[in-house]
Each structure stands twice: as C-alpha cells, then as structure tokens.
Design a protein around this ligand. Structure first.
Ligand code: FE2
Length: 214
C-alpha cells in the first residue's frame, strides 16, 4: 500500500474510535506536527504524522479503564501518578499500540506517544515535536496555548541557523513546562516527576548551548 493510503487508512481508523471534538484535535495535531517536522525532522515526517495520529487513542477512556490497562500490563501506579489521572492516557496509549496497531509499534513512535503529556528528561526531537504539536495546534484556544504558539512560531521566524533553531525549540520546551507547572501549582495539584525532570533537562541544555557560544 502507498504511504499516503496507509496514512489515510490510519486516520480513518483513529477518527472512527474518537468523538468529534477529539478527532478534530488529533487531525490538527497531525498537521501541526507535520509543520514542525518540515523544520526539524523532514526525513521522519511520516513517523511524526503517525505518532500524532496515535497520541490520544485512549484519551476518552475513563480513569477506571485506564487503571485496568495498567493492571493488565503489570504496571504499578504510585500515589503521585494516581493523583494525576490526566497523564494516564499517554502511558496507556503507548501500552496499547503494539496490540491494537502492531504495524506502528515502532520504538520512536511509542516513545513520542508515551512522553507527550508529562515530557521526560530524555526526549528525542521527535518526542519534542509531538509534545509541542499537541500543545500548540490551532484548535487549542486557552491562554497558555496561545502564548506558547506565538512564542514558538514568532521566535522561529527570527532564527537562521540549525543550532539557533534547535536552541529555540529547547527554550520553547522550557516555557511549556513552566506554564504547565505554574498551572498545576495554582491548582495545588501534584506535578509528575517526569515534568520536573524534563524542565530541568531543557534548562540545562539551553544553559550549556549559551555558554558554548560565549
Ligand atoms: Fe492530544
């Protein structure tokens, strides 16, 4: 089957299992991710599109069903994670890809899906693109998304070299984690340790690059 036909078959399968609102978000995430891939990872655009299509396959499952999936796969859910059910879906989607979409059970795709909500200290460029596309895709309207979207696209327009573009991506990741952490603190919610580790890792990456340039 042609690449385009396979993508469109996957698109239909994903949309068929999601409600209209979520399906629109997923298709918009796919388009945003493809735009990001054109800048950062053109050779992996197809994989980026596939990851975006698969990233929310369990988003509409309730907490009980998500916990059943963890239990089925022998995953222990600690108290911090239990207190943040919004992050379950990224992990359960990654668990279900090999079973429900075996053709796409590629480690890079599974990793991008797994890390798309909390982030992680060790993120590949593909992981970052899916994380960011999910955050800033155009159907997202809340204030932080608009802040991050403008920060990323306006800032990117001012970059010229590849290292500048990469530093700008890292800085965008720091801002995204700052916005997320601030919100969680205002709600007095728990913060996933992976989110704190991710924030620190990107702050250090930016600092190291800035110091190298001096
Ligand atoms: Fe999403």
């Amino acid at each position: 089957m042609e690449e385009q036909d396979k993508l469109s078959e996957l698109r239909n399968a994903i949309c068929a299992r999601l409600g209209e609102y979520r399906a629109k978000h997923v298709l918009s995430t796919e388009e945003e991710a493809a735009k990001l891939a054109a800048v950062y990872l053109p050779e992996k655009t197809e994989k980026v599109r596939i990851s975006a299509l698969l990233h929310d396959i369990t988003k509409e499952y309730d907490a009980k069903r998500q916990l059943q999936i963890f239990s089925e796969f022998g995953i222990i859910v600690d108290n911090v994670m239990l207190a943040s059910p919004k992050v379950f879906h990224a992990k359960t989607a990654a668990l279900l890809i090999p079973r429900e979409f075996p053709e796409y059970a590629d480690p890079e795709i599974v990793s991008a899906v797994y890390k798309h909500t909390t982030g992680c200290a060790d993120m590949s460029v593909m992981d970052m693109l899916i994380y960011l596309a999910d955050y800033i895709e155009p159907t997202r309207k809340f204030a932080d998304c608009q802040v991050l979207r403008s920060y990323f696209w306006d800032g990117l327009a001012k970059t010229q070299t590849e290292p500048e573009k990469l530093l700008h991506l890292y800085r965008t990741m720091v801002l995204s984690f700052d916005l997320t952490i601030k919100n969680l603190m205002e709600e007095q919610s728990v913060i996933a340790p992976d989110t704190i580790a991710a924030r620190n890792a990107f702050v250090l990456k930016c600092k190291n690059i800035s110091e190298e340039g001096k």
